[in-house]
Design a protein around this ligand. Sequence first.
Ligand SMILES: [Mn+2]
Length: 427
Amino acid sequence: MKVKKSQITGYNERYLSEHHEQYFHLNIQLDRREINADDLVAQLQKFQVAVPSWALGAGGTRFGRFSTGGEPGNLEQKIEDVGLLHAITQSAGAISLHIPWDIPKDTKAIKQKAKSLGLVFDAVNSNTFQDQPDQKYSYKFGSLSHADSSIRQQAIDHNLEVIEYGKALGSKSITVWLADGSSFPGQNNFRRAYQHTQAALQEIYNGMPKDWKMYIEYKPYEPHFYSMVIPDWGTSLSLAEACGENAYTLVDLGHHLPNTNIEQIVALLLMKGKLGGFHFNDSKYGDDDLTCGSIKPYQLFLIFNELVEGMHNNVNNNPDLAWMIDASHNLKDPLEDLIQSLEAIRIAYARALLVDREELAEAQEENDLTRCQEILQAAFRTDVRPLLAEARRLSGGALNPIGFYRQMAVRKQLIKERGLKTVATGL
Ligand SMILES: [Mn+2]
């Protein structure tokens, strides 16, 4: 399914006067705070978030999976879905592929298709957390950290192969998330597991083109319940440092223990020039993979507050960050869920841009805690949605993406095209 520009313009026309009125009022408010709304809109227009190829179908839990209907059955259809999201929201201009779930068969055609929809290829993701039918050794007891060197080599070779797929598509980075760990005390030698992992990551790093980046993701538990080889940002950072200047830590919001101060981690990684990117999602208990901003919108804002602050005072030349949604949709229509996530991420970003940094620094110097909180919450409590709508309108997107999606009955259309009992590849 493709959305025509004229359909979006037609939809917008009906809501245009209401939008102009809201944008005008916000402008007055921001003017009083000496903030230029048009500058914010321009920054929002540039802000693009990648969509992973595995987020376009219904995920599941270990107890079951319920299809949404009309799920993409192949890579081409997944790209079409991201194209659709991008056309409506003008903020999802990249797709991140997971190998081997989405091996491009005809690279040229795939590249062409993405280009025609205004999409680029973000990081490629390797997978050594599952066994594939044709592989020689099993990853049941680890991959890059495995005690057996032939199993480590197989996992290294897989990562190098993923880089080759990425090169063919024009991707510039690889994300490594390692499921290695142990579920029982005594099962692993922590030090040896780390050393094997470091040596393996170095080999993969050395196999990357010079202009590529490696993102090392961490996670405190799951699939293992006693230890993970890369459980936290400190371990990831030390491995990134051991690999070289193009290796970075990747923060997945769901990969923290409850109540971890993620914004502090973000601030320190930025300060070190070692923050590579983000996987957005939301959670209440663990790696719940829920819609961004559905549970803890204030935390998301505080994280963006540190990101904006760090990017403004970029002392260690931290590179531009890779933004990606990494969530799983069990109950909602995946495309609606992604639209909501994109919106929540951009709301948090826009609010962070509103924070008066000079005033905050001054209040911090004076230990005026009340004022510090007032400054942050004044930004957080501002309804920035008219800014997002204006950014979308100027870029050719829908004023209200969910409204447009529903009015076009996109899911119904996709079910008609692809069938009701479709299952997208992925988890
Ligand atoms: Mn992730």
